[in-house]
Design a protein around this ligand. Structure first.
Ligand code: AMP
Length: 219
């Protein structure tokens, strides 16, 4: 099953993508995670992506398309993938279509996780992330709070630079201008699956699963 997750930053698509990947036994590919890993390791790709990321802007299409093409060509993607954070522009969506077509494949679903904007700002500016494993916590929503060490792996908890409120607002503007048009793009291709993301994570997961397996919630 070949799936892309759409939806604004903070919609919970990363969390859901990880769970879907586990459920269907296919890889979860997050372009944001790939960039952050490269920034951390100080690679050439990381050096080029960093300035855009810190400003809350999108990294240029050609850089992103290349890393996704490379990742999708690996053996573990043969039975499918959950793409999280890609495509983010119509040009990236077209490139994805072409790279799949070259392998005689196509996309099955574009899941759009919808959440009202005020909830997004609260979710992202309250988000704290583990430096080691990428697990997310939230100062507003987690009863136990994020703490100083990750409950999954013991890694250090920090706030991503691009989760600061001003940057969050810029990321949302980028989303509206460049990524939201993908909703109509995938609707016209008959691939759009709309899901309400303003609900507890288990409910959102159930709704996505229903949409993918054809029992309602499709848009
Ligand atoms: P994310 O974790 O998906 O919110 O991504 C973090 C940052 O990485 C974004 O704000 C962008 O600067 C960059 N990024 C990730 N994926 C893409 C993409 N598909 N196109 C352009 N930039 C991206």
């Amino acid at each position: 099953m070949n799936v892309v997750m759409l939806g604004p930053p903070g919609a919970g698509k990363g969390t859901q993508a990880v769970r879907l990947a586990g459920l269907y036994g296919i890889p979860h590919i997050s372009t944001g995670d790939i960039f952050r890993e490269n920034v951390r390791e100080g690679t050439e790709l990381g050096r080029r992506a960093r300035e855009y990321m810190e400003r809350g802007e999108l990294v240029p299409d050609e850089l992103v398309i290349e890393i996704v093409a490379d990742r999708l060509s690996r053996e573990d993607c043969r039975s499918g993938f959950i793409l999280d954070g890609f495509p983010r522009t119509v040009a990236q969506a077209e490139a994805l279509k072409d790279m799949l077509a070259e392998r005689g494949r196509s996309l099955d679903h574009a899941v759009n996780v919808e959440v009202p904007e005020e909830v997004l700002v609260k979710r992202i500016s309250g988000r704290r992330t583990c430096r080691e494993c990428g697990a997310n916590y939230n100062v507003h929503f987690d009863e136990e709070g994020p703490g100083e060490a990750c409950r999954e792996c013991g890694g250090e908890i920090y706030q991503r630079e691009d989760d600061l409120e001003e940057t969050v607002r810029r990321r949302l503007r980028e989303y509206r201008a460049k990524t939201a048009p993908l909703i109509d793009h995938y609707r016209s291709e008959g691939l759009l699956r709309q899901v309400d993301g303003n609900a507890p994570p288990d409910e959102v997961l159930r709704a996505i699963k229903n949409a993918l397996e054809g029992s309602g919630a499709a848009g």
